[in-house]
Design a protein around this ligand. Structure first.
Ligand SMILES: *[C@@H]1O[C@H](CO)[C@@H](O)[C@H](O)[C@H]1NC(C)=O
Length: 150
C-alpha cells in the first residue's frame, strides 16, 4: 500500500493464512525489519503487531523522510511469496527564514539579490512577486531569477 503522511503514526499490513511466518523487509537497504514475532531492526520507531496471525502490521511512529521507500512483506510459503509497497513521506512546504532575505536598503544603481529558500517534499515551487502588483521584468533586462540546487 502507498501511504502519504508526515509525522503521524503509520502502518503497513499484510493478510496471510494462519500458521505462516511473516517477515518485513526494507527493500531499498535490504534490511530485515522483523521476522515472525521479533522486531530485528534497531530503529525504536518501528514496531510490529498481528491479529490471529492472519493480519500483520508494521508500525512506524513519527514518520521521517528517511522512511520514504519500498517495504516488503514476505510469507514463508514454498516458494516464498512477497508483496512490495512504497511509503511516500510528504513534508509541507516552508520558508527557511534564516536563509531568506527580509528588509534591505540599497543604493540606486547597485545590484541586489533577494534570496528565498524553501524546504518540503515534493520540492516546493518558489514564486517572486511585488506586493504592490508592479511588473518585475523577470528574465528580462532588470531582474533575473536564479535557482540554486542544494
Ligand atoms: C550588475 O550586474 C550586471 C549583470 O550581471 C553586471 O554587468 C554589472 O557589472 C553589475 N553592476 C555592479 C555595480 O556590480
Amino acid at each position: 500500500p502507498t501511504v502519504f503522511t508526515h509525522r503521524v503514526f503509520s502502518f503497513l499490513f499484510a493478510f496471510v493464512p494462519v500458521l505462516l511466518q511473516v517477515a518485513w523487509v526494507r527493500v531499498d537497504t535490504q534490511t530485515i525489519l522483523s521476522i515472525h514475532h521479533n522486531v530485528i531492526t534497531q530503529n525504536p520507531r518501528i514496531s510490529l503487531t498481528y491479529n490471529d496471525h492472519r493480519s500483520w502490521y508494521l508500525h512506524i511512529r513519527e514518520v521521517e523522510e528517511s522512511d520514504r521507500g519500498w517495504y516488503m512483506c514476505q510469507v514463508n510459503t514454498d516458494p516464498m511469496r512477497s508483496r512490495k509497497g512504497y511509503l511516500q513521506v510528504v513534508v509541507p512546504p516552508a520558508i527557511i527564514e534564516a536563509m531568506t532575505s527580509n528588509d534591505m536598503v540599497v543604493r540606486e544603481g547597485t545590484n541586489v539579490t533577494l534570496n528565498c529558500k524553501a524546504k518540503g517534499f515534493p520540492e516546493p515551487y518558489v514564486m517572486w512577486r511585488r506586493e504592490d502588483g508592479d511588473e518585475m521584468a523577470i528574465g528580462g533586462e532588470n531582474a533575473k531569477k536564479t535557482k540554486i540546487k542544494t
